[in-house]
Design a protein around this ligand. Structure first.
Ligand code: ADP
Ligand code: MG
Length: 244
């Protein structure tokens, strides 16, 4: 269980996050939605240890975490692959660091097809399109041995068809491999489809203004098509209108 308590962040004199509190159960998939610039990436930076909050703290299973920790695998918004490594070497980087490269390579080989990377195992990042590089970066994060995945708009640069394929793949993967995940997205449908819970971050400084629970629902694209009411409520909340 991850418990984030009263995390506040300011840059110079501007406060961005204001006493953000949230809890994520082990194996839970939550999405963080908010308008651009509201502080979503800032919150993930805090959790990953890249940024120290002015106040507040967070703990995993009761142990307070400070700085970088092995608990999180972070895919930042502008994730970069290492240009001097092949795609296979890039996606198995964490395995190599933890002396489990062979095992990680086996897992990676199985995932290349669904990630649309087949045939590019030995290519270098500059030979791939932007979308393919993003998928490779996502695969690298997914193959990391951490407890909690932090994904910052991982499908932002993908075309809608590839994006939907990746979302479907995540839904399938979760049935076997239930990693705790915090996904930052501005795509309401993506959040509805993938999450057990959606948290809406809002305001300047921002805090969590609403939680929508979707746990235990058997979802498919037909279910998603029927969620016009929820979609509308979230959109209105983000726009600043009253909760419908
Ligand atoms: N290192 C930084 N220094 C100064 N301001 C920053 C820094 N990082 C983010 N900000 C500001 O904090 C706000 C929140 O940024 P960010 O967390 O990236 O938003 P989001 O990911 O929700 O789009 C923005 O106004 C941004 O300009
Ligand atoms: Mg961001």
């Amino acid at each position: 269980m991850l418990i984030v308590k009263d995390v506040s962040v300011s840059f110079q004199d501007v406060q961005v996050l204001d006493h953000v509190c949230l809890q994520v159960k082990n194996g839970e998939f939550i999405s963080l939605i908010g308008t651009s610039g509201c502080g979503k990436s800032t919150l993930l930076n805090v959790l990953s240890g890249a940024l120290k909050p002015q106040s507040g703290n967070f703990a995993i299973d009761g142990v307070t975490i400070e700085g970088m920790s092995h608990h999180f695998a972070y895919m930042p918004q502008n994730d970069l692959l290492l240009p001097w490594y092949t795609i296979m070497e890039n996606v198995t980087l964490y395995g190599k660091i933890h002396h489990r490269q062979k095992e990680t390579m086996q897992k990676a080989s199985q995932a290349f097809e669904v990630f649309g990377l087949t045939g590019y195992e030995h290519a270098y990042p500059f030979e791939l399109s932007g979308g393919m590089r993003q998928r490779a970066a996502f695969l690298r994060t997914a193959l990391c041995d951490a407890d909690i995945l932090l994904l910052d708009e991982p499908f932002g640069a993908l075309d809608v068809i590839t994006r939907n394929d990746m979302q479907d793949w995540i839904v399938q993967m979760r049935k076997q491999w239930n990693k705790t995940t915090i996904l930052v997205t501005h795509d309401i449908d993506e959040a509805l489809y993938l999450s057990d819970r959606i948290l809406i971050l809002k305001g300047r400084p921002a805090h969590i203004v609403k939680e929508i629970s979707l746990g235990g629902i058997e979802k498919d694209r037909d279910w998603l098509d029927e969620q016009s009411e929820l979609r509308k409520n979230i959109r209105n909340l983000l726009r600043g209108q009253a909760d419908a």
